[in-house]
Design a protein around this ligand. Sequence first.
Ligand code: SAJ
Length: 415
Amino acid sequence: DTISVIGLGYIGLPTAAMFASKGCRVIGIDINPATVDTINSGAIHIVEPDLDEVVHAAVARGCLSAALTPQPADAFLIAVPTPFKEQNHEPDIAYIEAAARAIAPVLRSGNLVVLESTSPVGATEQMASWLAEERPDLTFPQHAGAASDIRIAHCPERVLPGKVMQELVTNDRVIGGLTPACSAEACNLYRIFVEGECVVTDARTAELAKLTENSFRDVNIAFANELSIVCDGLGIDVWELISLANRHPRVNILQPGPGVGGHCIAVDPWFIVSSSPEHTHLIRAAREVNDKKPLWVLDKIRQAVTCHLDNNSGISTDEVTIACYGLAFKADIDDLRESPALSIVQRLAATHSGSVLVVEPNIERVPNSLRGVELVDEASARARGDVHVLLVDHREFRGMASPRGYIVDTRGVWS
Ligand code: SAJ
């Protein structure tokens, strides 16, 4: 069987590689020529543990290739981004539309089309109508039911960045076909490499299930973040507090941090809010709590700078060095996308008149947005910093003793 994966990013490429490693013939499609060239050379353009070997081996064996335009296949998996529109937090499914219209000309009777992208409720049905619009010569499940020429399902990805290759195999999959026949075919496809259970539902429930998982996490992180601010005001160590509360058999609080980053948890809850704005007070409030956390951290850093100035009479702000530890959106990865740590350091770089140092063991140079910020090693940050700001609990920092000076520890590593 030939499988075509549309969108070769953090989800599409590992999924394509996984099918190819099981001997399927996989054609990956991406609109970015550099991505296509990199993959065809047997290399990868993203960082994910163990992905490079699997891609390299699959390309070398001729099982995996990449192209810019869709070609005929037996199954199509769509794994393109679904961002939100900045101005109103409404989901933007333009990439799904573009992918659907791009594969439509090569669809053949008997094809399965699976939407993997995290999507607002109704997106799979919408995708099916774009396909039907492009191909009036074929029948689709929304009109023809079980007898349709084309099968369509939603099967949301649920893998954790940093553990993708493992979780792709072991996680259960929620499979929402537009008809039971669509679900059955999608299950057969995923069983090629999925060892977890493939659980069948309808497309709309599958869409909301994925959004619910990430919203659950967002609400729980917001609870921890709110507690951290309450505790700060009361002079109580929030990490000790949470570990004590978590000794209760039915309490399991997550960890506070500088905010919520990555592409998913800070986005997906808005898709629920936009589909039911009147009834999503809690989900919206959690988003707002987590989005405001970086501003609160910046305020704590300013207070620490002020304390340092008060204790060293005669020096001015431009003589105060702020050392920041971590830029990634979470521990032990190099991914800076939507990182609260990065946004905090950017704000410091733009507003602090003294030096800003950053330690980030997982990158070689600072991004352009941090011009003026010096990338240093841990020893030099410890020696030069007056105010030390722990932003990411990378393993390198977990092992180090608390530096001397004013400390703003957003992850409880030095507490
Ligand atoms: N975070 C905290 N405190 C915590 C846990 C996380 O502040 O206790 C922060 C992290 O530092 C990070 C953000 O939340 O900034 C998100 O990190 P994460 O590890 O919770 O999640 P992601 O974004 O890497 O991956 C999530 C996962 N969803 C769930 O665990 C429910 C993953 O399984 C999804 O596949 C992924 O979103 C996705 O693609 O949707």
